[in-house]
Design a protein around this ligand. Structure first.
Ligand code: DQA
Length: 155
């Protein structure tokens, strides 16, 4: 059975109560259920993992290399700072869709740069929790297209 990794970085465990005017009131658990329901009809399982620690996120990405067909990733504040996460994504070579709940481009200038954007397959920004479901659809589409072309038979 195919698997995708749903990865969330620092402070995203607080979704639901964290700055609701910016991030809404949907919880991370709701988002995980939402993504699983997009993947269910395709027989794809979702492994959900959240960490506030950069190294733990790097480890989760490495682990995905052997188990997952792709990654949906909201790196939180590490988006703007982490060379280690960028290198991890580049290193495992899995398709990764970057998601941001808020429209980072409308916010402080330090949020306008993503160190992960150059290694992402695509980005979804500012669409709230819906962005995760759209990312799952896009990732499934990409995985099955690749499979059809016989390019990615690994996981
Ligand atoms: C975020 C945007 C980041 O700038 C911020 O640090 C987050 C959440 C988003 O989902 O909008 O923690 O990634």
């Amino acid at each position: 059975m195919k698997e995708i990794l749903l990865l969330n970085g620092p402070n995203l465990n607080l979704l639901g109560t964290r700055e609701p005017s910016v991030y809404g009131t949907v919880t991370l658990q709701d988002i995980e259920r939402q993504v699983q329901s997009v993947c269910d009809p395709h027989g794809v399982t979702v492994k959900a993992y959240q960490s506030n620690h950069e190294g733990a996120l790097v480890d989760a990405i490495h682990e995905a290399m052997n188990t997952a067909s792709g990654i949906i990733f909201n790196p939180g504040a590490y988006t703007h700072t982490s060379v280690a996460l960028r290198d991890a994504i580049a290193g495992v070579g899995l398709p990764m869709i970057e998601v941001h709940i808020s429209n980072v481009h409308k916010r402080e200038s330090f949020r306008h740069t993503s160190l992960l954007a150059p290694v992402s397959f695509g980005q979804i920004v500012g669409l709230g929790s819906l962005g995760y479901s759209l990312a799952a659809q896009a990732l499934l589409d990409h995985i099955y297209k690749e499979e059809k072309h016989g390019e990615n038979t690994k996981n």
